[in-house]
Design a protein around this ligand. Structure first.
Ligand code: URA
Length: 197
């Protein structure tokens, strides 16, 4: 792991910046390859993640791993993190204050890894990073904002009880990695939404 990411990890582990530190078992720093071309950003840790201190290791994580496998990518090749690094009680959606308090960690992760694309998984990440809502309408799209590319997709948890959505998630992830190959080869990609002001 890069030294700078290790420093963030240690800060996240000890963080007491919001009340979620009172109810968590473990905080959950981002994890993965710091040379990755993509950062996946979910909402917040769930029960399994809270227990083990690792992102996306429960059922939703299995769905994400399946979708990555479909695209020929291993989890070890990518970096996975969340908007909020501690589990909200009963898995409620993190509040605006919790998200704001935690945002500095994600900003630093992005600044260190410098991903070609940030893959937004679900509404909380969509809203926190781009002010968006209704991810189901926008999923599959490539967005540009302030010189950073974002790819929008579903939260893997949405696919747990819906077989059709797992197909959609897999399709999105395949598209994401096709875009990354193009970017690596300096080919033009189609920006679907440009938020740059
Ligand atoms: N859901 C998330 O958004 N993140 C995790 O790490 C696990 C489940």
């Amino acid at each position: 792991m890069s030294k700078k990411l290790e420093i963030i990890k240690q800060k996240v582990i000890k963080c007491t910046n919001c009340d979620l530190c009172k109810t968590r078992t473990n905080s959950v720093p981002g994890k993965g390859n710091f040379h990755s071309n993509v950062i996946f950003v979910g909402e917040a840790p769930g029960k399994n993640e809270d227990k083990n201190g690792e992102p996306f290791i429960g059922i939703a994580g299995k769905k994400l791993s399946m979708a990555l496998k479909e695209a020929g990518v291993s989890r070890d090749d990518v970096y996975i993190t969340n908007i909020v690094k501690c589990r909200p009680p009963k898995n409620r959606v993190p509040t605006a204050i919790e998200r704001e308090t935690c945002q500095e960690y994600l900003k630093q992760e992005i600044a260190i890894i410098k991903p070609k694309i940030i893959c937004i998984l679900g509404n909380t990440a969509f809203n926190s990073l781009l002010g968006g809502s209704e991810i189901t309408k926008f999923r599959g799209k490539l967005v540009k904002k302030d010189n950073q590319l974002y790819f929008l997709s579903l939260h893997p948890a949405a696919t747990i009880y819906n077989q059709e959505l797992i197909t959609v998630l897999k399709k999105d992830i395949v598209k994401l990695f096709n875009l990354i190959v193009k970017l690596k080869n300096n080919k033009k990609v189609k920006i679907d939404i440009d938020y740059t002001t």
